[in-house]
Every structure is written in C-alpha cells, then in structure tokens.
Ligand binder design. Structure first.
Ligand SMILES: C[S@@+](CC[C@H](N)C(=O)[O-])C[C@H]1O[C@@H](n2cnc3c(N)ncnc32)[C@H](O)[C@@H]1O
Length: 473
C-alpha cells in the first residue's frame, strides 16, 4: 500500500482546497458582479426563475469542475514512473551539482541587480541553461512589472524540477496539476504554450527555472498591534516549552543520541520552517523554538564531553519569510539565550542548499515534493560524504522497499539516487511515523494548534552519516 506522508497529504489537501476554493471564489466573484450590475433589473432575491437557474447551473458547473480537478489530482498522484530507467538513461549523472547551484545563485543575482533599474534600462532579456549536449533552454525571461512604486518589490523565485517531472509523460500530463512551477515557467519562457501544437509537444530537461515575482511589501513588522499579538504568542509558546518538559526533552534526547554517533555538527541548515501568520501562529513558532533549543543542546553536549566550544550557525531558508518573521525569530533566538552560542542567518534559495557541508545537520519538515531537497542533497554529495545528520519526513520514499523500488509517483520525495545515497552512507537513527505524532496537547488558549507541526519530531526520519572519525573533532 502506498504510504502518504503528512506533507504530501497536506500538499494534496491544500491543492484540492486551493483548486476548489479558486473555482468557487471565481464563481462568487462572478455572481457578485452580475448581481451588482443587475441589481435593478431583478436580483436573485427577487426570485426570478432565470436567476435561480443560473445560480443552480453555476453551482453544478463548479461541482463538475471540482470533481474533474479531484480526478486529475488522483491520476497525478497515481501515475508511476520508472525512475531507475530514467536515471540510467541519464547515465546516473547527478542533476543538481554544486556548479549548477552556483550558476543559479549567479543568475538570480544578475536578475536582482537589474530590478533596481527602471524597466526601460534593463538589459537582460533571457537567461538560459545549457544542456550537456550544448542545447539551450530559457530558464528565465524578463517581464514588465505590472505595478511600480513603493508597494511592490520584485523578488526572484527559484523552482526545481523533481526527478519525476523530467519524465516526458509525467511532464506532459501532470506537471500542471502537480503544480511543478518550474515546468510551467519553462513552457512560458520557451513559448511552448503559444506554439501551434501547444505545450504537449515539448519536453524540457532543464532542471530548474527562475521567475521574477512582484510581491506587495509585507508591512506586518510595522503593524504594532499585530506584532504585539505575535510577541504574545512567542511568550506563551516559550512558557509552554519551559513548563512541558516532555515535549522539549524529546528533542534533547534525540540531539544527545545523534550527536553521540555523528560527526561534529557546526551548522544547522533548515528548510521551510514557515512564517508566522495571523491565522496560524504557533506551528512555525514551535518549530523554530525546537530548532534553537536543539542548537543549545548540541553545545551543551559537546561541552559535557569535553569538546572545544564552538558557535553553531543556524541557517534558515524559506521563501515565505517576511521582515516580521526575521524580527520575531531573532527576538525568539535572543529570548532563548541563544545569542552567545549560536548565529542566526536567513537566506534565499539556493544559498541554504549551498551552505550544506559534511558538518551540517539538515532539517526539512513537511516540505512540498516540488522542492526536491533530498534529491538535491544526494546529487550535491554524489562523489562522497554528505551532511552529518538529515532530519526530514520521508526522504527515501519507502524504507521497506529500500533499493528495490523502481516505480515512483509524485508523492515520493526520494529517487533511486536518494535511496542509494542514504543506504550506502547513513544509519537510520529514527524511523518517522509518517502518519502523525502523538500530538502534544497544548495549553488552553493555544487553540489553533496542529499536532503535526508542534510535536513534529515523531514524524521525522533521522539519518546519521556513517563516520569513521565520528568522535574526533
Ligand atoms: C507545508 S509547509 C510546512 C511548514 C512547517 N515546516 C510544518 O512542518 O508544518 C511547507 C513550507 O515549505 C516552504 N518552502 C517551499 N519551497 C521552499 C524552498 N525552496 N526552500 C525552503 N522552503 C520552502 C514553504 O514556504 C512553507 O513554509
């Protein structure tokens, strides 16, 4: 039976509700507009038959659309690809090399430098990726900012192509429903959509794409009332963390256990730990709090065993962060007394990936499978070594079929290369439950908690690199 990880379940649910919500929102907007326009002529309340019919048929239409969308998602998640064959076709060569990530960083910076210029003075029109056989694919194209002025800022998003989406059939039929943004953008930049045969005729082997996105400046950090609510939540969460030793002791025990058998950890690189939002505050606070606490536990552990005291660098990468998050998490870091022993750094894609080295603990809880972090790490370290510790939900797909599994679906985070990398070089320190932790109940008043994210440790697989010199400094 296929295993559904929490993140995949979350992603599936989100995609479903998003799709359905979008449809119904569009419908409700349509309805509002027409009812405004027709208010005098006879609104729904007036009971006109044609209005009632049109509402009913629009409801039916939405239901049909939602059902179609659901069927398409089911088909997307069920479609299997032989990734062993696909990787063999590509001579089992790593896709996401360090050189590639450095190139992505350079291209991103090149685009960003020009965003400070008025559109008319920008020179770069396209950026390309060169395949090993020399052919070029556009991975970015300049777009005119729709809004100028102080309210919007241009950012550059990086999207990677997960292995499964390199498969021509999957790419053709399912990259859209699976929301593999990189493929959607590649189609746009390479005029695939406007070609006579449509996108269906084209296959891209570029493993990433970049996009300039305009984002309204987040002003949460200037909203004193909102920031006060967030700060209250920080204080409340910290108090809970201190009072409920059972929750944070789980993390301490795990750190002591992994540190005892792993190479010395000097850096913790985290992906997707999430931002604080008015409707969803505690999940990301608890995840950051646990990570800061783990860094302190590591330092205490090394001191206890007589190792030289070293600062630990915490690197956080999440495209969602806004200025309010940087402020709040720095405050949390300080309130937890971390400043004297750990450094905190917020980075953008792909800098978190590039920061990973052999003395890094990687933490990646519940990320979308469209960000193939475990595939990127396996490729980055294809020639040897790897991060000291890897903590994430389901990086290998299905432990029970370790190495035997050939066909993969979009639900699978791993790939044959990931399975080989982990089975050759790592020991499993903890097998994640994949189906939800026991869910620590939170204090009254923390009413929006999600056990998945607050008590997130039981859900994680934990891998420790096999190391001859694990106990040397
Ligand atoms: C489903 S949420 C998980 C949040 C939280 N870690 C949890 O366990 O509930 C996925 C998170 O991954 C982040 N994410 C998506 N792409 C990412 C990337 N390329 N690098 C880092 N984070 C990413 C999203 O912004 C979001 O915060």
């Amino acid at each position: 039976m296929p295993v559904t990880t929490r993140s995949q379940y979350k992603a599936g649910k989100l995609a479903l509700t998003k799709g359905i919500r979008n449809d119904s929102r569009k419908a409700s907007l349509r309805h509002t507009c027409s009812s405004c326009k027709d208010a005098k002529a006879g609104s729904v309340e007036s009971g006109s038959d044609s209005d009632v019919d049109s509402v009913l048929s629009s409801n039916n239409e939405n239901e049909d659309k939602a059902e179609l969308h659901l069927d398409l998602l089911k088909a997307t998640y069920a479609h299997t690809v032989d990734l062993i064959a696909l990787e063999k076709q590509r001579n089992n060569a790593p896709v996401f090399s360090r050189t590639l990530l450095l190139q992505i960083r350079k291209q991103r910076q090149k685009i960003l430098q020009e965003t400070y210029l008025p559109y008319e003075r920008r020179k770069v029109k396209h950026l390309a990726w060169r395949a090993p056989d020399g052919h070029l694919t556009n991975i970015w194209a300049r777009t005119k900012p729709s809004q100028t002025g102080q309210k919007c800022k241009e950012h550059v998003r990086v999207e990677f192509v997960p292995r499964i989406a390199l498969d021509p059939d999957f790419q053709r039929d399912f990259a859209g429903p699976a929301q593999v943004e990189a493929v959607i953008w590649l189609r746009e930049y390479n005029h695939a959509i406007t070609q006579a045969h449509g996108a269906k005729q084209l296959h891209f082997d570029a493993p990433y794409a970049l996009k300039t996105v305009e984002q309204e400046e987040g002003y949460a950090h200037l909203d004193t009332e909102l920031m006060q609510r967030y700060r209250d939540a920080l204080v409340q969460s910290l108090a809970y963390w201190k009072e409920h030793s059972d929750l944070h002791h789980k993390f301490t025990k795990m750190i002591e256990g992994t540190a005892a058998i792993s190479a010395p950890i000097k850096k913790i690189v985290c992906f997707g730990v999430g931002r604080v939002r008015p409707d969803y505050m505690y999940d990301s606070i608890f995840q950051h709090m646990a990570i800061f606490s783990m860094a302190q536990d590591l330092i205490k552990h090394y001191e206890a065993i007589g190792r030289k005291r070293r600062r630990i660098q915490i690197v956080l990468q999440d495209p969602c962060y806004e200025e309010a998050d940087w402020t709040l998490f720095r405050e949390l870091h300080q309130a937890m007394g971390c400043n004297p022993s750990t450094d905190l750094e917020f980075v953008q894609d792909p800098d978190g990936l590039l920061a990973i080295d052999s003395s890094t603990m990687v933490i990646a809880p519940h990320l979308p499978t469209t960000f193939p972090w475990s595939q990127i790490i396996a490729d980055l370290f294809a020639s040897g070594s790897g991060p000291a510790v890897i903590i994430g939900d389901c990086p290998v797909t299905d432990r029970r079929q370790f190495g035997k599994k050939t066909t993969f679906t979009f639900r699978d985070r791993g790939s044959p290369a990931v399975a080989k990398f982990l089975s050759d070089r790592y020991v499993v320190f903890q097998e994640g439950l994949w189906s939800g932790g026991d869910g620590t109940l939170l204090a009254l008043g923390i009413d929006e908690y999600s056990p998945f994210s607050i008590d997130w440790l039981p859900d994680m697989d934990i891998y420790v690199r096999k190391e001859d010199d694990a106990l040397t400094d």
